[in-house]
Design a protein around this ligand. Structure first.
Ligand code: DP6
Length: 351
């Protein structure tokens, strides 16, 4: 049948998704706001083949057609196969002929061992390429919904470029039944990439896979005594971050995004059992970013469920920030990225 290749970027959240009411379908306890990146991308070719057969998923070693292939980690393989099955079942509900199996080859542009670890770009690209292979072109809400149902909630934001908000189920108010609240829990674009030229300078301090998956972090989050306190103050913080993004006000946005990241880690560290994502070099980078600010540079730190630090700054300051971070003991590599346009259909496929 047909084949489709799509690339999608990772995103970095200014307000983090941390804690779910339904882990399998990634229904968040709170809204989140993120910036879609440009060069940290996943590219994925999906072929849908009619009839019975065994679905295969491989990782490509480079971007060229005919690249050598390797087996993916078993956990990713199983999540991806489950998601493809889910998409097939959904397509059948839309009266599409979806009787068949899959061939998938995918690749991340960022170092696999970098511990960046967001599966957002991978599952956004897989979702959109699978829809393409089935001959379906879903609307924006449905793209986000299907990506979210992969279980990687942040993938629901990576189907858009620019600045993106993902509200919790039931938003904007009560009155929706459970099924409708699930089906309308989708992200939306707040502003396109050309709204604001922000950079994300990433200090890699960890090269292995993270010790505890985000899914376990979500599962444990509400066991922290600080979880409820963060939930209570998030609506006001989300309003303030949305306003700062729309006003392109980095001095307003920066303290809020840094505070929110620290609180995610406070919750992780005080969950039962606790999760310590930070390494000593994480703290060294945080101190260096404070020094940069004391020296007049508006640069702000955020960390996902890992030890690496994303430093958000104006694109014009990215050279200075990258050069400074490269000097910090324990920083193995500095990656440079910026706000990006979101997914695109690629002309060249892996096979
Ligand atoms: C800390 O469940 O979406 O990055 O498994 O990496 O896709 P992945 O994680 P997911 O949780 C993301 C958690 C976070 C915060 C965020 O991106 O909002």
């Amino acid at each position: 049948m047909s084949k489709s290749t799509v690339s999608a970027s990772a995103n970095i959240a200014f307000i983090k998704y941390w804690g779910t009411t339904d882990l399998e379908r990634a229904l968040p306890c709170n809204g989140s706001i993120s910036m879609t990146l440009s060069t940290c991308r996943s590219r994925c070719t999906v072929e849908f083949i009619a009839g019975t057969g065994v679905s295969t998923i491989h990782l490509a070693d480079d971007d060229k057609p005919g690249s050598s292939l390797t087996e993916p980690p078993p956990r990713f393989r199983q999540r991806a196969l489950d998601h493809l099955q889910r998409l097939q079942a959904w397509a059948q509900t839309q009266q599409h002929d979806a009787d068949g199996h899959w061939r998938v080859v995918t690749r991340n542009s960022f170092p696999a061992a970098a511990g960046l670890a967001s599966s957002a770009s991978g599952f956004a690209a897989l979702t959109l390429a699978a829809c393409g292979a089935l001959g379906i072109d879903p609307d924006a809400d449905t793209r986000s919904l299907l990506a979210r149902r992969s279980g990687s909630g942040s993938a629901s934001r990576s189907v858009f470029g620019g600045f993106v908000e993902w509200p919790p189920p039931g938003w904007p108010g009560p009155g929706l039944g459970d099924a409708d609240a699930e089906a309308t829990c989708v992200a939306r674009q707040l502003a396109p990439a050309d709204h604001w030229d922000l950079a994300d300078v990433i200090a890699l301090v960890e090269t292995g896979p993270k010790a505890v998956a985000s899914l376990d972090g979500h599962r444990r989050a509400s066991s922290s005594p600080h979880f409820a306190a963060r939930q209570a103050l998030l609506p006001a913080r989300l309003d303030a971050v949305r306003t700062a993004v729309l006003a392109r006000d980095l001095d307003r946005l920066g303290p809020l995004l840094e505070q929110d990241a620290i609180e995610l880690h406070l919750i992780a560290m005080s969950s039962q059992p606790p999760i310590f994502y930070w390494q000593p070099a994480t703290l060294a980078v945080l101190a260096t970013v404070r020094d940069l600010r004391a020296d007049g540079c508006s640069a702000w730190s955020t960390m996902d469920a890992g030890a690496n630090v994303h430093v958000i700054c104006a694109a014009d300051d990215a050279d200075r920030v990258a050069a400074t971070l490269a000097q910090v003991d324990g920083v193995h590599q500095v990656l440079r990225d910026r706000v990006g346009d979101g997914p695109r259909v690629e002309a060249e496929s892996f096979f």
